[in-house]
Ligand binder design. Structure first.
Ligand SMILES: Cc1cc2nc3c(=O)[nH]c(=O)nc-3n(C[C@H](O)[C@H](O)[C@H](O)COP(=O)(O)OP(=O)(O)OC[C@H]3O[C@@H](n4cnc5c(N)ncnc54)[C@H](O)[C@@H]3O)c2cc1C
Length: 520
């Protein structure tokens, strides 16, 4: 290549922003020219913290994850509020909504995901609209006033006055994100009802016993949990400014009034740009382990839009199993892997990106981020006691709000659920992280959270090899080094190691490491 390699990135969310950061040295050195097209008008921000921002638990500054000014100074052309609407793969051009054409040698798609809008009377044809790609977001109208799906800054800013004014919020869906938001909003003064299917919340991540214990904890925290509820219609009240959300009607005839409806019904990868360009897509844009699209070696996909699968793994009906992870940590590692490969290619390596990094990441444990409610689960926890092929132990203590389930196969931990037992949950997470290390006596775990606990955890959850920050893959040992080098606060550790700058769920553990560090 005689000119600098032209790379175009579509999407400037958290994963796109990490890609830009990783590309800076090659851009500054003139080996790569990078153009970024971002549909949102704002610099990239940490979407994971939107719920905290919406309720006033964190400020706008903490959402910042991209130094756009520095990237521009290094030569990256970042074009905000510019949507890519088509890709001409033959001519290697991306067309923008304004009709401009941007040429590429390598194209990276980081178009993320959008919130699902359930099929309900009153929401027919609606779609979340802000930050979306006009003309490429399917058909239909924006969500009606008073209905949103907490996916972007404008959504968070619409929630803020309702929470601050002690208004009533209906959350539709009780997955991990719906529950995190509902608990935060209630903690900050809103009256919250969670409307959900089935007997218990977090049905995709907890067994029924664990879910029921979480449901009780949520009620104690002030939430009204409307279980077994099948929403049918969204109703509106008339105001001088037009109709706004008034309440939600369920199949059993119950009507729940509210000032705001927050939809928490999952997300769908944004694949229409890729699909329109003839790139193979299933749930997400299909990419191989090097994050190259199955269809075109010059086009990559990363983050919430990318589905990693072995080419040719479609079943007889053409279906490809799996989905994007929907988590920020894997997206960040994918961004770094593609950037490293493009650097190498720009320096003359023959093959280009070879992300032989283990991109088939093991699913991480799922943790609910909520004050005073400790919930974590991982692996295959579905087996029931008396199962023939596993040792399943279950401990239920409704009076103390605790629930523990361990599933052991061949002496190793295959899955677990822990509610209301922070030490046991931390210990099990650590074992799970280590590939399900042997678990000989599950009953010993219960002692870890006893009021008179003298039993030390079998392993130190903050030992040097333990991962503290899952989003950025930072170990306790790395944090100890940063502390040794002079970092004295959680923020300083974050600046130095990136630990705690993703979902923020590990900030308490970083603070504990700082507190335990020897005084210099
Ligand atoms: C409230 C909330 C809480 C969350 N909590 C967690 C958590 O605790 N842990 C965790 O790991 N993850 C969490 N997530 C998920 C996490 O935010 C996502 O995994 C992450 O945002 C993915 O980043 P991304 O850049 O791939 O996609 P996105 O964040 O979706 O960004 C994609 C960007 O691309 C832009 N775009 C799309 N199409 C185009 C186009 N055609 N042209 C130009 N630009 C385009 C979009 O406007 C958007 O700005 C949470 C998400 C939310 C909403």
């Amino acid at each position: 290549m005689t000119h600098a390699m032209r790379v175009v990135l579509v999407g400037y969310g958290p994963v796109g922003a990490r890609f830009v950061e990783e590309m800076l040295p090659a851009v500054a050195a003139g080996r790569i020219s990078l153009v970024v097209l971002g549909a949102e008008a704002e610099d990239a921000y940490n979407r994971v913290l939107l719920a905290e921002y919406a309720v006033g638990a964190t400020d706008r500054a903490r959402l910042e994850i991209a130094d756009t000014a520095a990237a521009r100074a290094a030569g990256v052309r970042i074009r905000l509020a510019e949507t890519a609407v088509a890709i001409d793969r033959e001519r290697r051009l991306v067309r923008t909504a304004a009709g401009e054409e941007v040429a590429y040698d390598r194209l990276v798609l980081a178009t993320g995901a959008r919130a699902n809008v359930p099929t309900l009377a009153g929401l027919e044809g609606s779609r979340p609209v802000r930050g979306a790609a006009p003309g490429h977001d399917g058909h239909g109208a924006p969500l009606p006033a008073g209905v949103l799906a907490l996916r972007d800054l404008a959504d968070a800013e619409a929630v803020a006055p309702v929470v601050a004014g002690g208004g009533s919020i209906v959350v539709l869906g009780a997955g991990v994100l719906g529950m995190e938001f509902a608990l935060l909003a209630a903690e900050h003064g809103a009256r919250v009802t969670v409307v959900h299917h089935g007997p218990a919340p977090m049905a995709r991540n907890l067994d029924e016993g664990g879910g029921r214990m979480l449901g009780r904890a949520a009620q104690r925290a002030g939430l009204r949990m409307a279980a077994h509820s099948r929403a049918e219609a969204v109703e509106f009240r008339e105001t001088p400014a037009g109709p706004v959300f008034g309440g939600i009607l369920c199949a059993d005839g119950t009507y729940t009034r509210g000032d705001l409806l927050v939809l928490s019904c999952g997300v769908a990868p944004r694949v229409e740009l890729a699909r329109g360009a003839g790139l193979a897509c299933a749930t997400g844009v299909l990419v191989d382990a090097a994050l190259r699209t199955w269809t075109d070696p010059d086009v990559f996909a990363i983050g919430d839009c990318a589905q990693i699968a072995d080419p040719g793994s479609a079943d007889a009906t053409g279906r490809v199993a799996g989905a994007p992870s929907g988590l920020i940590g894997p997206g960040w590692r994918q961004a770094a892997a593609v950037a490293a490969g493009l650097h190498a290619e720009a320096e003359g390596a023959a093959a280009g990106p070879d992300a032989s990094v283990a991109l088939h990441e093991r699913p991480t444990a799922v943790m609910l981020k909520a004050k005073g409610i400790d919930v974590v689960s991982g692996g295959d926890y579905a087996a029931e006691p008396w199962s023939a092929d596993a040792e399943v132990s279950v401990w239920v203590d409704p009076a103390r709000g605790s629930y523990l389930k361990t599933v052991v196969r061949d002496g190793a931990l295959a899955g677990f659920v822990s509610v209301g037992l922070p030490q046991a949950g931390a210990e099990l997470t650590l074992r799970y992280e280590r590939g399900g290390a042997l678990l000989t006596d599950p009953a010993a775990l219960l002692r870890l959270d006893a009021p008179d606990a003298a039993a030390a955890p079998a392993e130190d959850p903050l030992g040097p090899d333990a991962t503290v920050c899952w989003c950025n893959g930072v170990t306790a040992g790395r944090i100890a080094e940063a502390v040794h080098d002079g970092c004295g606060t959680v923020e300083e550790v974050g600046r130095c190691t990136r630990a705690g700058t993703g979902c923020g769920g590990c900030r308490g553990r970083i603070a504990a490491l700082l507190a335990a560090a020897p005084v210099a």
